[in-house]
Design a protein around this ligand. Structure first.
Ligand SMILES: C[S@@+](CC[C@H](N)C(=O)[O-])C[C@H]1O[C@@H](n2cnc3c(N)ncnc32)[C@H](O)[C@@H]1O
Length: 238
């Protein structure tokens, strides 16, 4: 327990473990003919920064799209931003050579690694299934440069997200850095976006444009996920 002096008052801070729920349940997800078993929470934590402990509607949208259109991934190497428990990156590994799953939250990285170990040992115990994990904070140029040097063959970048407004700019900053470092035509970003507010919809389009990116809706992907409307965008350099 931490104690902080605040004038005459002594404030007692709860240890961070008080807020962390890591009672993950092994859960089955089916996307077309693809079945995945992953550890995740069934409901969101009260701490916003732990959003990655469960599977979000954007991931359901993205995984449905990828399972119906695996040619999008064939022979590619994928970098996923904000992987959470890994439901999309692990699905991608069924269709492509190499997948790098990333997140910034230490607690989320723990369950992500556990899911990759579980997937690898249950599905293909003699291989690492081409799955790797790295810590990546959006906008962190050092981490981005290190990843590009360590994984030079990555050609496609993917993420799924329901956004917090404050994440939108660093997210597109990261996407821009990757696309510019890889070079025009070498890399694209696929975004599953689930709308929760009109203001956020326009912020996503404006931020992409502000970062010199073209953002185009992939025809036929607009659909309802739960009670929300989602769509998949393809994002490239202008
Ligand atoms: C809404 S969750 C989505 C998780 C998973 N992709 C899904 O759709 O189920 C957003 C994810 O992005 C990660 N994230 C949020 N802000 C980030 C940042 N600034 N840098 C890196 N990762 C971030 C969170 O830890 C979380 O795993």
């Amino acid at each position: 327990m931490n104690r902080e002096e605040d004038g005459d008052d002594e404030v007692v801070c709860l240890d961070e473990s008080f807020f962390i729920n890591d009672d993950y349940q092994l859960t089955t997800f089916t996307f077309g003919s693809q079945v995945l078993h992953l550890f995740c929470l069934q409901s969101a934590s009260t701490d916003f920064d732990l959003t990655g402990q469960l599977v979000w509607p954007g991931a359901m949208l993205m995984n449905d799209y990828l399972s119906k259109n695996p040619d999008v991934l064939q022979a590619s190497s994928i970098l996923e931003l904000g992987s959470g428990v890994g439901v999309t990156g692990i699905l991608c590994s069924r269709f492509c050579r190499e997948v790098l799953l990333t997140d910034h939250n230490e607690e989320v990285l723990k369950i992500l690694k556990k899911n990759i170990e579980h997937h690898t040992s249950s599905e293909n115990p003699n291989s690492d299934a081409g799955l790797a994990v790295e810590k990546l904070e959006w906008g962190n140029s050092d981490q981005i440069n290190k990843i590009i040097q360590k994984y030079p063959d990555m050609t496609l970048l993917s993420i799924l997200c329901c956004f917090q407004q404050s994440s939108i700019s660093p997210l597109f900053d990261t996407v821009e850095q990757f696309l510019r470092l890889k070079g025009r035509g070498q890399c694209k970003f696929i975004l599953a976006y689930v709308s929760r507010a009109k203001s956020m919809d326009s912020m996503v389009l404006n931020e992409a444009t502000r970062h010199g990116l073209l953002i185009n809706e992939i025809v036929g992907t607009r659909s309802v996920v739960g009670n929300l409307e989602g769509v998949i965008f393809e994002v490239t350099l202008k």
